[in-house]
Design a binder for this molecule. Structure first.
Ligand code: 5RP
Length: 294
């Protein structure tokens, strides 16, 4: 019981001031009508000032095993964490190699079933249940989507189940557009796949950069984050990030172009300049070169 001595009587109700939040809309695309818990998770992912995010993807092991650059998650990940906003990873990597202290958001990979070893990359299951996503403090659950591929029906089933569970517990879902070797990488395909995912109810779509990307952005009512794809020279990866952000992406979810760089921390910092500080690709590359020369 609080000590009541000297308690001031409340009197300044600012009756002439309308309720402060009434005219505000939430800054994350398509999220204005979501509940508080969903918005809080999205606010953990997307920076309130820039509206954007730098996700660091290192979930590759879930189907590729130990890939170049990710041999020692325990060494790399803690060093990179200060330079990114979100870790996108499996629960195994999260629990074993991501320090729980700190304020980084978690994009938890919840589907699996593919493996490079059997060349069957379009059939997955939901492997992480919602209770474990809650225990991992996931800010979103990432689901692979094979749209237009052999595994489309089970992908849509997986996505719908994860979205339904996420809605029950106010955890957003991120749909990850998969591009197999036989799949189209055109704006026509990405417009279709990203829109299908948004209509199913995902709150974020991870996709790839393509020609006419601004039209892909315009047709998708939730934020797009762009994968880096295969390792490029650093200046080209920064140009990819710049093109994506300047055409309306709300961030990157970059893996190999960060962790396979000889200077992953400096590369992540250069990407941040583009994503959060409106730097051009050239400015970001100058920053990168200066940073690695020190
Ligand atoms: C696999 C993924 C990976 O996280 C993604 O491809 C990694 O990013 P990058 O292409 O930048 O290495 O979602 O489907």
């Amino acid at each position: 019981m609080a000590d009541l001595d000297g308690l001031k009587v409340a009197k300044d109700y600012h009756l002439d001031v309308p309720f402060a939040n009434n005219s505000e809309s939430f800054y994350v695309k398509g999220a204005n009508n979501l509940d508080w818990g969903m918005k809080k998770h999205l606010a953990n992912i997307f920076d309130a000032k820039s509206g954007n995010t730098v996700m660091f993807a290192f979930d590759h092991g879930y189907f590729m095993g130990s890939v170049s650059g990710l041999e020692r998650l325990d060494i790399l990940v803690p060093k990179l964490i200060p330079s990114v906003d979100v870790v996108m990873c499996t629960r195994g990597a999260l629990r074993s190699c991501v320090p729980p202290a700190g304020n980084k958001a978690v994009a938890l990979r919840v589907t699996s079933g593919s493996s490079m070893l059997n060349d069957d990359l379009s059939h997955e299951i939901v492997a992480v249940d919602i209770e474990d996503a809650i225990r991992c403090n996931a800010d979103c659950m990432a689901v692979q989507a094979f749209i237009g591929a052999d595994g489309q029906l089970e992908s849509i089933d997986n996505i719908s189940k994860v979205i339904n569970a996420g809605i029950r517990h106010s955890i957003p879902t991120m749909g990850v557009v998969a591009v197999g070797k036989d799949m189209d990488r055109t704006d026509k395909y990405f417009k279709h796949a990203t829109r299908v995912l948004a209509e199913l109810g995902v709150n974020i779509v991870k996709t790839y950069y393509c020609d006419n990307f601004e039209e892909v952005v315009a047709a998708c009512p939730v934020p797009l984050v762009v994968a880096g794809g295969k390792k490029l020279p650093e200046n080209e990866a920064l140009t990819l990030a710049y093109n994506a952000i300047s055409k309306g992406a709300h961030g990157v979810d970059m893996g190999r172009n960060i962790f396979q760089s000889h200077h992953p921390i400096e590369m992540a910092e250069a990407v941040r300049k583009i994503v959060h500080e409106k730097a051009t690709d050239k400015e970001a590359y100058e920053f990168y070169k200066n940073a690695i020369s020190k």
